[in-house]
Ligand binder design. Structure first.
Ligand SMILES: *Cc1c(COP(=O)(O)O)cnc(C)c1O
Length: 391
């Protein structure tokens, strides 16, 4: 066992370390190669060492990495323009992680109500088994005991309902409600996909009650679902606020909170901030990332490869009784087992395939969006062999 005497043991880690990556392939320190079907948990959407991203980072690192938000940052302005061109939003606040992006969204919702002289409306309704981050506010937004346990007292102003349950949401809305915050697909809880009518109905509910609809697209965004943003699969489901991080800058830490110009007025000068947020290095990496995603046919190829992966997983499900469900959208996929999935995930790793275990019984796959068909075939073969041998 590798000893890590000086790292706080807040993660349970596999005893493997990678030293190099290219595309979908990673190499460990023994020279063994792996198919990376996790992408650093949905971060390396363009695969490892994408030449366009690497060139942008190299160039910018040698020119200017950081200046701070006391001054204008042209690359940040260009990035905000590119992001707003991809969706409903008109303005963007930049930070450094998914938790921080959600923290910004929560603060923005509360401040919007305060500015409307409705400061009694501070409550955010979130969904059970969602995931929104590990800061005090975002772990409170994360309705999972295992994330919250031991950190009381938690901030007040959060309420939880079952996901994909409209009557429960309608019932939870009250005089204190400021916003609804949900993921368009729940990623950490094992690729839980709501009914097609769920997001449009939430939009309608938010309009009827004059409250804000917030999507956490930290995991589902940046092309992962086959659209630039996952909620764009639905008509009439545009949010008021949306958060991004993970794949936003292809591995340089970056988060973003996107909204309309009207709502953005709540963050007037001094209301919120971040030292690193939107610095030139991260902005250059994100701009290069977006240019690739916006390339001709890129998102269509994600849809096609996602369909191919899902069809392959369904074939595996038909041949393996322990697989009770297969769920996916674009290159976001979950294989539901009727028994613990941890051992399967660890044997996959030993056979050269990176996937993750979610909620104990789900095998999650988040391959890079540049994955090819032959790599998908190889990953499916490894998964199938592991399930054969295990069950
Ligand atoms: C990963 C994730 C977060 C938290 O992001 P961090 O960068 O780890 O803070 C928030 N929401 C969702 C949906 C995520 O998948």
């Amino acid at each position: 066992m590798l000893k890590m005497p000086h790292v706080i043991p807040s993660y349970s880690r596999f005893p493997v370390s990678f030293v190099r990556g290219e595309g979908t392939t990673l190499w460990d320190d023994d020279g063994k190669s792996y198919l990376d079907f996790l992408s650093g948990i949905g971060v390396n959407n363009l695969g490892h060492a994408h030449p366009k991203v690497v060139a942008a980072i190299r160039e910018q690192a040698g020119r200017l990495m950081h200046t701070c938000n006391l001054y204008r940052i042209p690359l940040q302005e260009a990035l905000a323009e590119a992001l707003t061109a991809s969706c409903f939003a008109e303005q963007v606040f930049f930070c450094n992680s998914g938790a921080e992006a959600n923290e910004a969204a929560i603060k923005l919702a509360r401040k919007t109500m305060f500015d409307r002289k409705q400061s009694h409306r501070y409550e955010i309704i979130t969904a059970n088994n969602g995931f929104h981050g590990r800061t005090l506010a975002t772990l409170t937004a994360t309705a999972q005991d295992k994330v919250q346990k031991g950190f009381a007292p938690l901030p007040t102003g959060f309420k939880y309902v079952p996901y994909n349950n409209l009557p429960a949401m309608e019932q939870a809305i009250g005089e204190h409600t400021a916003a609804i915050l949900v993921e368009p697909i729940q990623g950490e809880s094992g690729i839980v996909i709501p009914d097609p009518g769920y997001l449009p109905a939430l939009r309608d509910m938010a309009d009827r009650h004059d409250l804000l609809l917030i999507y956490d697209e930290v995991q589902t965004g940046m092309g992962r679902s086959g659209r630039f943003w996952c909620h764009q699969h639905h008509v009439g489901a545009v949010p008021d606020i949306m958060t991004s991080a993970k794949a936003l800058a292809s591995g340089i830490p970056m988060g973003a909170c996107l909204t309309t110009a009207k709502i953005a007025t709540a963050f007037s000068a001094g209301a919120h901030g971040s030292t690193f947020g939107g610095n030139p290095l991260a902005s250059a990496a994100a701009l290069a990332t977006i240019a690739v995603i916006n390339g001709d046919g890129f998102l269509q190829s994600v849809v096609e490869k996602g369909d191919y992966l899902l069809a392959g997983l369904k074939k595996i499900a038909a041949n393996h009784k322990m697989v009770t469900d297969v769920r996916g959208c674009g290159l976001l996929a979950g294989v539901q087992l009727n028994s613990p999935a941890e051992e399967a995930v660890s044997i996959c790793l030993s056979r050269g395939l990176l996937v993750s275990c979610q909620m104990g019984t789900v095998i999650r796959m988040l391959p890079p969006l540049i994955v090819d068909q032959e790599e998908i075939d190889r990953a499916l073969a490894i998964l199938s062999s592991v399930l054969n041998d295990l069950f």
